[in-house]
Design a protein around this ligand. Structure first.
Ligand code: 2U9
Length: 360
């Protein structure tokens, strides 16, 4: 085999071995590029004798042309193979059943649903939604809310504290959303009507408590609102939230450092197996706590308690979600179990609205 034939064989082998566009280009440059093997031979024609050139000229031009064709052919082959692969991978089997639309696949978690429902109810009653940091100062979480020094809630066993910083200040994970209301009272002039939903943290974990849970608290500060307004507001809330015409509430005296007087509120219900029916029956279920905002708290916010007054309430969202939707186990809320979510979750587009029923 002549050198030329050997060179052509090697170039063809390289072309057949090229598996993509870049590899083909490399072979082309190595053969036909400025310093290519074939290009070099063609440059050598000038130095040949006329007889040699009569032979080598056509031979080399022929080789150059055959190499160019072979390169083109290889490019076309690879292109087709690429297309076929894409067709194969992107083929849509129209006989396949329709995949459930994403709207069908995901579910709104009951916690989010209940927060949306509560926001819709109080939104319709003229309340704005206020939010604040999950990591709070000891002042905003305790001092501002009239917790005396040494109050058990301020201890490690109840509260997640961060290590003290250089000033010895210990930040913490808020144990309630009350700091949000205090921050609002310090930055917004009355009248104030807000709800503060959000995550709260307590160093408490058993069958019915999780270290992180959700609360919504509400606050009204103006110059005249009193317990009568509070009672009416909570009745309106319960009727709308539990979607019953009539709701019977019972207010029991209680104690919170940040309200005076303080009450816990029960509503009449009937337990039927796992389910709880509201508005009827001879049973009572505690659903929230409330009270008139303590003058010390109003003063801490920089407001004069002889001019301003108001009431506040707080409820555990996980708890009232379980009550309303009959979910037995709190811990399942945080297991991210798709089967549980498919069963208890809500369709994305079913946005809660008062008109036509919150959860319909
Ligand atoms: C300010 C003033 C007063 C918020 C309130 C409650 C009563 C209450 C509990 C419900 C269930 C906590 O998750 S829970 O265990 N909360 O009962 N919360 S009054 O009072 C405030 C808040 C902020 C400035």
């Amino acid at each position: 085999m002549s050198d030329l034939e050997l060179l052509e064989r090697d170039i063809r082998a390289a072309i057949d071995g090229a598996s993509d566009e870049a590899a083909i280009e490399t072979v082309r440059v190595a053969a036909l590029g400025k310093k290519g093997s074939v290009s070099d031979l063609l440059k050598g024609l000038g130095a040949m004798t006329p007889d040699e050139r009569k032979v080598m000229g056509p031979a080399l031009n022929g080789l150059r042309d055959r190499v160019s064709e072979a390169l083109l052919a290889r490019r076309a082959t690879l292109k087709e193979a690429g297309l076929a692969a894409r067709l194969a991978s992107e083929a849509v089997d129209v006989t396949l059943p329709l995949r459930a639309s994403p709207l069908e696949q995901g579910r709104i978690h009951p916690i989010s649903q209940v927060i949306d429902e509560i926001t819709a109810i109080f939104g319709d009653l003229g309340f704005a939604v206020a939010e604040g940091p999950d990591i709070e100062t000891d002042d905003y979480n305790f001092t501002a809310l009239n917790f005396p020094v040494g109050h058990p809630a301020r201890e490690m066993h109840d509260t997640f504290f961060f290590n003290p910083d250089e000033q010895g200040e210990r930040l913490l994970l808020r144990t309630h959303t009350s700091p949000v209301q205090m921050r609002t009272m310090q930055t917004q002039k009355p009248p104030i009507r807000i709800i503060a939903p959000g995550r709260t943290y307590r160093n408490d974990s058993d069958q019915t408590h999780t270290p992180m849970f959700h609360q919504v608290e509400g606050l009204v500060i103006d110059t005249s609102s009193h317990i009568g307004h509070l009672k009416w507001l909570l009745e309106e809330f319960c009727r709308a939230f539990f979607e019953v015409e009539k709701v019977e509430m019972r207010m029991r005296p209680s104690f919170f450092p940040f309200t005076e007087p303080s009450m816990e509120v029960d509503i009449r219900c009937k337990r039927v197996g796992n389910e709880v029916r509201f508005g009827e029956g001879d049973d009572w279920l505690e659903i929230l706590g409330c009270g008139m905002v303590h003058p010390n708290v109003i003063r801490f916010a920089g407001l004069d308690p002889d001019v301003y007054q108001g009431f506040a309430f707080g409820m555990g969202i996980d708890r009232i979600a379980m009550l309303k939707y009959g979910m037995p186990d709190l811990r399942a809320f945080f297991d991210a179990d798709q089967r549980w979510l498919n069963h208890y979750g809500f369709r994305p587009l079913d946005l809660p609205a008062l008109v036509g029923g919150l959860s319909s």
